[in-house]
Design a protein around this ligand. Structure first.
Ligand code: LUZ
Ligand code: MOS
Length: 762
């Protein structure tokens, strides 16, 4: 089935925040962000700004009617800076004016006197000073300290991954329209309607039942709007509440980039021990997460780093420790993979370094340690599938022996161009790591004209969740897709939603939809059975018709609905789904947190121009475990997008803050994302269809986040190509691998203690 938004997308008819027709009298907001990362605010002077044409009012913390607090997991994030500023871009004031231009012009006239305080941008420095968001956590399996003795090789190192800008095409924003009796209608570009509702409730001081957060769709989220849409909605709501006028704020791209958090940079130390058969016997890792100035979702992101620190491998002895470090950057936040990719990069770096020391291909170590069914993860859950399934199929279908041979031949024949390849297995856990968040609701109405209306907590952000929910309802009722409509997400229709995140949105909301539709269908079957005088189990619905024992009757869908309505049978249902089987004990750090895991393996091939340091990603070949995909076109799109986004993070996207905590890569002229030239020339995806049962909707496994991590292989493929040019090259495990870094490394000499790689390791 085609994505139901395809038509309006190509015709420009899809409605985003900026497409909502403006209500008469709408005012426009713009935030003034702190120019200093850390300091005491001595003075905030808005007199000149207030006199600018069109300015209606300028709000600061003094105008807050509720609490100056929008923190989620931890209440440590004021809406407006008060007394001190903690990051560049932290809102100090909110200008409201009669036009966008007037609001932005007035922002430029605001003056501050801020006494600077020391700025920390490095997570290790923050940790050394005891600046932690939450106490550190450690996951353990077996006994690492005893295990080192069993290892024939022990290799240590350090790995650093940089941040990543979300770059959703639609920037952050909100539009708040006051209703009677102080009720607020809040349009927000958010993945978390309830998060927005809570933040507004707390900061404006209104109960949640007065706040209707409504979303038709987002122009992308990628995690950036899981928690960080709250600020803009709260600012607009506060102004709308004071002024009794509609207030809209849609961020300028550069303000969005400067004021919002990104993927967390991590700095990590690893120690890996192997035996003579290349089995990884022990792995010790310490993660320093750069959380930024407030908790935001960092503790949860840190937790997922620990969950995925061994990626697709079984390691019997593991000790993984993570620190969430408070720095003076904008609070970093969810980003596709949610800490998982950061953890996986480190184990892949450890394996690559071990491979170089032992003079074997990394793939040999990788394959030797892949998870088997029943193997235990460091958090206590047991693997339910073979990580080998995708790996072996990838080796077979794509003929890795031939790929290696071709690369060897090419590299022998060429001096200035070198090719490299890497295998990237992925194992990603599906479910919010916080068990309580794994719940969802759906409200389904069947109208007497035969049309069906579905409301859930799911947010459509281009990932196709609404299309999948249509498929669920249409399948249960035996209706064509155009009889089912997904309504905009609204906190008045569906309450207490979890954000659309963790790859789990289609599963959670799809299952709730299935339950609601099945309940209504059950009542309709009773009606049909009575009318047709047959056993209820004989009834099915197909092609808008009642079937008995698989044969059509003269009862069509509408006739049945009218009969049910006449008998006063309810044609509506509100259903609640909570993922079964999952649990986690935070004191023991053990449990069964994930409904299931998604597996896959990618083979990435690159060519490096060793004169210029530039490179191309030639091909990405994937075998991906879909379970039983309910929409292969959408799922393939998610994989392609995830791969390109992951490659961007690993190669060209470079977030740069200076020592004063100012974002220097603050526009698309200085922050590069993959375009069509940087994207792989070829992406091949083979579906691993399995008969195995799982907890996914229609057994169609979650697909949002796992493919991003295939992109990690690009970094290692580049490393291998570089080593083919200069086996003594010093290539630190730092990302992104920009052409500048490639060039410097290609002509580098080995650092003290670095192992010189040999031809057969690459
Ligand atoms: N958000 C969240 C997430 O709150 N918890 C999670 O486990 C998660 N995982 C991935 C993406 N967002
Ligand atoms: Mo996301 S990182 O699932 O909001």
């Amino acid at each position: 089935m085609k994505n139901i938004d395809a038509g309006t997308h190509v015709k420009g008819g899809s409605v985003y925040l900026d497409d909502i027709p403006l209500v008469n009298g709408t005012l426009f907001g713009a935030a003034y962000g702190s120019p200093v990362a850390h300091g005491n605010i001595e003075q905030l002077d808005v007199t000149e700004a207030a006199q600018m044409p069109g300015v209606v009012r300028i709000f600061t913390y003094a105008d807050i009617t509720g609490e100056n607090q929008i923190g989620g997991i931890i209440p440590d994030e004021p809406l407006f800076a008060e007394g001190q500023t903690h990051f560049c871009g932290m809102p100090l004031a909110f200008v409201v004016a009669t036009s966008n231009e007037a609001a932005r012009a007035a922002v430029k006239k605001i003056k501050t006197a801020i006494t600077p305080l020391p700025v920390i941008t490095d997570p290790r420095e923050a940790q050394a000073r005891g600046e932690l968001i939450v106490p550190p956590r450690t996951f353990t399996l077996g006994d690492v300290s005893a295990a080192w003795q069993q290892c024939t090789h022990v290799i240590e190192g350090r790995a650093d991954t940089n941040g990543q800008e979300h770059l959703y095409i639609e920037t952050q924003g909100a539009y708040v329209i006051p209703q009677e009796n102080d009720v607020l209608k809040i349009y927000s570009s958010t993945q978390g309607p309830t998060a927005v509702q809570r933040a507004v409730s707390r900061s404006v001081g209104l109960p949640m039942h007065m706040l209707d957060v409504e979303i038709t769709r987002l122009g992308g989220g990628f995690g950036g709007k899981e928690d960080q849409a709250n600020t803009w909605a709260a600012l607009c709501a506060l102004a709308a509440h004071h002024l009794k006028k509609p207030v809209k704020y849609s961020l300028h791209r550069m303000d969005d980039m400067a004021m919002t958090g990104k993927r967390h940079p991590y700095s990590s130390d690893f120690k890996i021990g192997l035996d003579h058969e290349l089995k990884i016997v022990a792995y010790e890792v310490t993660f320093y997460q750069n959380a930024g100035a407030a908790a935001d979702l960092s503790p949860a992101v840190m937790e997922r780093t620990l969950f995925h620190c061994t990626n697709s491998y079984f390691i019997p002895n593991v000790k993984a420790t993570a620190y969430s470090c408070r720095t003076h950057l904008p609070p970093n936040t969810a980003f596709r993979g949610f800490g998982g990719p950061q953890g996986m990069f480190v184990i892949e770096a450890a394996i690559a370094k071990a491979a170089a020391v032992l003079d074997v291909p990394a793939a040999k170590i990788q394959r030797q340690n892949l998870l088997h069914t029943g193997d235990e993860f460091p958090y206590g859950q047991k693997a339910q599938s073979e990580a080998h399934a995708c790996w072996n199929k990838a080796e077979e279908w794509y003929d890795t022996a031939a790929i290696r041979h071709n690369i060897f031949t090419f590299n022998t024949a060429n001096k200035l161009y070198k090719k490299g390849m890497a295998m990237m297995p992925v194992c990603f856990g599906i479910s919010f790591t916080k068990t309580l968040m794994n719940q969802a609701r759906a409200l389904v109405h069947v109208y007497t004209d035969g049309s069906v209306s579905v409301s859930t907590g799911a947010i459509e952000m281009g990932q196709g969740v609404n299309t999948k929910i249509v498929q669920v309802a249409a399948a249960v009722f035996g209706l064509p897709a155009d009889k089912v409509r997904i309504q905009p997400t609204s906190t008045f229709r569906i309450a207490n939603t979890s954000p659309s995140a963790a790859s789990a949105t289609a599963d959670l909301n799809g299952k709730a939809t299935w339950m609601a539709c099945t309940a209504i269908a059950g009542r309709l079957k009773e009606v049909a059975a009575a009318e047709l005088n047959v056993n209820v189990n004989a009834i099915t619905f197909q092609q808008e018709r009642v079937y008995v024992h698989g044969a059509p009757t003269d009862w069509d869908w509408k006739k049945l609905l009218m009969a049910a309505y006449a008998k006063r049978v309810s044609l509506s249902e509100h259903a609640h789904y909570a993922t079964p089987e999952i649990h986690f004990d935070g004191a023991k750090e053990k449990g069964h947190p994930f409904a299931y895991h998604v597996y896959g393996t990618a083979i990435l091939e690159v060519t490096v121009d060793c004169l210029r340091g530039t490179y191309t990603i030639d091909t990405v070949k994937v075998v991906h475990d879909f379970g039983a995909s309910m929409n292969p076109a959408i799922d393939q799109g998610q994989i392609e997008g995830g791969i390109v986004q992951g490659i961007g993070w690993m190669t060209m996207e470079e977030v740069i803050y200076d020592a004063e905590g100012r974002l220097r890569s603050n526009a698309l002229s200085t922050y590069k994302v993959p375009d069509i030239y940087a994207a792989p020339k070829e992406i091949l995806i083979e579906f691993l269809d399995t008969q195995q049962d799982n907890l996914a909707i229609f057994r169609s496994k979650a697909v949002g986040e796992p493919p991003l991590m295939y992109g990690i292989g690009a970094w290692f493929a580049l490393r291998n190509a570089m080593l083919a040019f200069n086996p003594a090259a010093d290539i630190p495990f730092t990302t992104p691998m920009t052409p500048e870094k490639v060039l410097l490394a290609l002509y580098s000499k080995p650092a003290n203690g670095t192992i010189v790689a040999h031809e057969n390791t690459v």
